[in-house]
Design a protein around this ligand. Structure first.
Ligand code: NDP
Ligand code: BG6
Length: 513
């Protein structure tokens, strides 16, 4: 039997072989691309966009000829931009590695142009500079709109009116929020479409670029054992959970106009739900996948106010430290009713999911940070085992957990016999723990999405009809919450959130994972 084990082990790929298999051949793209980060002086550009571009450069994923331009109103020289950007760059594979040479090479490709967002003249100056770098090659242009949404349309208007002729493709990545309800979202889409075709607009939802979210379809559609169970017949409920252990610090001004339902549920959690619940797409083509997502979104039952619980964190002192409440932020009105926490029960009116509660829970300033999908299966009918054997098999059913972050993992809770002469059962995990299985660091979501935008891959971006469907689902209940001035349930900073969330789950016979 040792020989068999050795033979089996020799078939199992080593971590090195797995890493080699994961290597992505990025060198196929030989075109020229000019990437303009509009709003380059901002938080997102510093924290995410420039580091992701560097990571792609580090991995040889950017075309041989590329230039990155920062654009914003702040006055900055190229050297000052490079200095600002250099502070947030880290080595892609191993943060202890010294990749200063690569960083210098990357920074030499980064430039800055200061201008107004509504000035055709300033964008024309940028266009001239881009052209010089493009050196007469067929030039493809990617604009990343990393600015507040009220600036999107003027920036697109100016960028498109000043764009030189005879270039390759032009694509625009648009950051959320895409409006704050159906009406404002439709107006934004209409405004953008005055200057762009739908296939030029890349609406980003960075959760779609997260490794475990991308893996959802692989898990479902490449393993025989999951898909047959993926329905009301075997699944009791599904939970989509998001929590942060910090408040809205520094972003209170933005947040107060949106709240947690618009900030997290209507986009990140709903997108995951759509991928989770959609039917098998005809192919992996972007349009086929997005068609299925739209179908499932349009099959959802309107959300009822009774199925929504909202909360807001209040100040809390722990261990001598006082954590501020949401309204202690100077940019937030003292009487704000904006939810920083929400839980909701959603339902899909189709043959596969009829009656299955899809529960969402999202909150800021909670006791931990993480994002998970939890799938609770039905109990085993006619169970042979009872409580004297250990777990309560009516409650302790199989549960599949997809831990999106941190410490990515997929594990299945099963009941197992405790080894020994007795017959006791035990809750155990079949565990795929990414850090143990894959030595390679997981790319940041923005890396995947930027690369896809450069390559024209639209699978992980939101199409306008998907966006409409997502807003149609949430707009009525948001309006009701706001019109009725529903007061959120207050919860202490660092706690598990309002008890109302437990009442909601209890109503559907669910326990939060
Ligand atoms: P910032 O508020 O930092 O804005 C980015 C830049 O836009 C600023 O540096 C500023 O540049 C310019 N700007 C800001 N406010 C105004 C204004 N009122 N009028 C004109 N210009 C303004 O935003 P972030 O970098 O945090 O985010 C960018 C976009 O990404 C936003 O749409 C945001 O909602 C979204 N987003 C951000 C996330 C984050 O973690 N930060 C996460 C997900 C989405 P200058 O003054 O130099 O012109
Ligand atoms: C953004 C929200 O879209 O996602 C933020 O606007 C939130 O409020 C962030 O903090 C969370 O992203 P991540 O990748 O850190 O989980």
């Amino acid at each position: 039997s040792n020989q068999i084990t050795d033979e089996l082990l020799s078939l199992t790929p080593t971590p090195k072989e797995l890493n080699d298999a994961a290597r992505f051949d990025c060198n196929e793209n030989k075109s020229t691309v000019s990437i303009t980060v509009v709003g380059a002086s901002g938080d997102l550009a510093k924290k995410k966009i420039f580091p992701a571009l560097f990571a792609l450069y580090y991995e040889d994923c950017l075309p041989e000829h590329f230039t990155v331009y920062g654009y914003a109103r702040s006055k900055m020289t190229d050297a000052e931009l490079r200095n600002m950007v250099s502070k947030t760059l880290t080595c892609r594979i191993d943060k202890r590695e010294n990749c200063s040479e690569k960083m210098d090479q990357f920074l030499k490709r980064c430039f800055y142009h200061s201008g107004q967002y509504d000035s055709e003249e300033n964008f024309a100056e940028l266009d001239k500079k881009l052209k010089e770098h493009e050196g007469g090659r067929t030039a493809n242009r990617l604009f990343y709109l990393s600015v507040p949404p009220n600036i999107f349309i003027s920036a697109v208007r100016c960028a498109s009116s000043s764009a030189s002729s005879a270039i390759g493709w032009t694509r625009v990545i648009v950051e959320k929020p895409f409006g704050r309800d159906s009406e404002t979202s439709a107006a934004l889409t209409k405004g953008l479409k005055q200057y762009l075709e739908e296939d030029q607009i890349f609406r980003i939802d960075h959760y779609l670029g997260k490794e475990l979210v991308e893996n959802l379809s692989v898990l479902r559609f490449s393993n025989l054992i999951f898909e047959p169970l993926w329905s009301r017949q075997y699944i009791r409920n599904v939970q989509f959970l998001f929590s942060e252990d910090f408040g809205t610090e520094g972003r209170g001004g933005y947040f107060d106009n949106y709240g947690i339902i618009r900030d997290i549920m209507q986009n990140h959690l709903l997108q995951i739900l759509a991928l989770f619940a959609m039917e098998t797409p005809v192919s992996l083509d972007a349009e086929d996948i997005r068609n299925e997502k739209v179908k499932v979104l349009r099959s959802m039952k309107p959300i009822e106010l009774k199925d929504v619980v909202i909360g807001q964190y209040k100040s809390h002192t722990k261990g001598g430290v006082t954590y501020p409440g949401y309204t202690d932020d100077k940019t937030v009105p003292k009487d704000s009713l904006t939810p920083t926490f929400a839980a909701a029960a959603l339902f899909i009116n189709n043959a596969r999911w009829d009656g299955v509660p899809f529960l969402m829970k999202a909150g800021k300033a909670l006791h931990n940070k993480g994002a998970e999908i939890r799938v609770q299966f039905r109990h085993v009918p006619g169970n042979l085992y009872n409580r004297s054997n250990g777990p309560d098999l009516d409650r302790d059913t199989n549960e599949l957990v997809i831990r999106v972050q941190p410490d990515e993992a997929i594990y299945l809770k099963i009941n197992n016999k405790v080894p020994g002469l007795g017959m006791r059962l035990d809750r155990s995990h079949l565990n795929l723990h990414y850090a143990a299985r894959y030595a390679k660091e997981i790319p940041d979501a923005y890396e995947r999405l930027l690369l896809d935008a450069i390559e024209g891959e639209r699978r992980l971006f939101i199409r306008s009809d998907e966006l409409d469907a997502a807003w149609s689902l949430f707009t009525p209940v948001l309006k009701e919450l706001e019109d009725k001035k529903i007061v959120p349930e207050y919860y202490p900073y660092g706690s598990r959130g309002p008890v109302g969330a437990h009442r909601l789950a209890y109503r559907y016979n669910v326990e939060w994972g």
